[in-house]
Design a binder for this molecule. Structure first.
Ligand SMILES: Nc1ncnc2c1ncn2[C@@H]1O[C@H](COP(=O)(O)OP(=O)(O)OP(=O)(O)O)[C@@H](O)[C@H]1O
Length: 255
């Protein structure tokens, strides 16, 4: 279980997250939703120790992140929001870097690497520099790296961006299988159809504040027959968007 207790993060005068408290249970797929700049990546980066919160505590399986950073990091597999890292390395060099940082045994590495590389259809690209990859291939390389050490907690910041339909399908299957083992998957997405299909629990952020946190089913039950997109936009979207579209494109919208 992960608990955020009154987390606040400021960048200079700007408050990116304001007094965020929520609980992420084991055995569930947990989705962070919110408009651009809502604070999803800031929340995720605090959890994976890329940045440090200005105040508040993050508790992971009973350990305080500030006190047990390394122990907690060993349990986490993280896919950042941009796959444009370590561009000079080949895919294989990158995976070797990850497995040595996580002290993954050669046996585990071999067994998992072959399966993941085959699953994501990267067999012919193992020795290619990441700089030569398309966006989706870079994304697959990072996902394989994150999952190689077999971490308990998966934290994926917009993981489907740029993935082809097959890789998206496969990743969704992996996410479901991981939580079925009682483990944890946390991800952020702008794709509300994907969130509706995958998430057990969601946190919806607006300008750094929590608008909803809880079961997706309960949220959907607030408006029977409405999609998550409809509910989400009602909660935090503009009310006058159709007028703006008409102003931009005229009245001939085929409505
Ligand atoms: N390094 C930084 N310096 C200053 N401000 C930052 C920095 N990183 C993020 N912010 C600000 O913090 C707020 C939250 O940003 P964050 O990246 O967490 O949003 P997000 O929900 O992940 O957005 P997106 O969906 O666009 O990726 C934004 O207002 C952003 O401008």
């Amino acid at each position: 279980m992960i608990t955020f207790e009154h987390i606040r993060k400021t960048y200079g005068d700007k408050t990116a997250i304001a007094d965020l408290s929520l609980t992420i249970p084991d055995g569930k797929i947990f989705g962070f939703l919110g408009h651009n700049g809502a604070g999803k990546s800031t929340t995720i980066k605090s959890l994976v120790s890329i940045i440090q919160q200005t105040s508040g505590d993050i508790i992971v399986n009973g350990m305080n992140l500030t006190e047990d950073r390394l122990k907690i990091k060993q349990k986490i597999g993280y896919v950042p929001d941009s796959p444009d890292i370590f561009l000079e390395l080949t895919a294989n060099d990158y995976w070797n870097l990850i497995t040595s940082a996580y002290q993954v045994s050669e046996e585990v590495k071999k067994a998992r690497l072959i399966k993941l590389v085959n699953l994501f259809n990267m067999q012919d690209e193992v020795e290619t520099p990441i700089s030569d990859f398309s966006h989706g291939m870079r994304q697959k390389t990072i996902i394989i790296g994150a999952l190689l050490p077999d971490p308990d907690i998966w934290i994926l910041d917009e993981p489907m961006t740029g993935l082809d339909p097959q890789a998206t399908y496969d990743l969704k299957q992996l996410m479901r299988a991981h939580v079925q083992k009682g483990k944890m998957v946390i991800f952020s997405t702008h794709n509300l159809a994907t969130a509706e299909e995958l998430c057990d629990e969601v946190a919806i952020l607006k300008q750094g504040k929590l608008v909803y946190n809880g079961s997706l089913d309960k949220l959907l039950a607030t408006m029977p027959d409405a999609s998550l997109e409809t509910i989400y936009l009602k909660m935090i979207g503009r009310q006058n968007d159709s007028q703006i579209v008409k102003d931009l494109e005229g009245d001939d919208l085929g409505e």
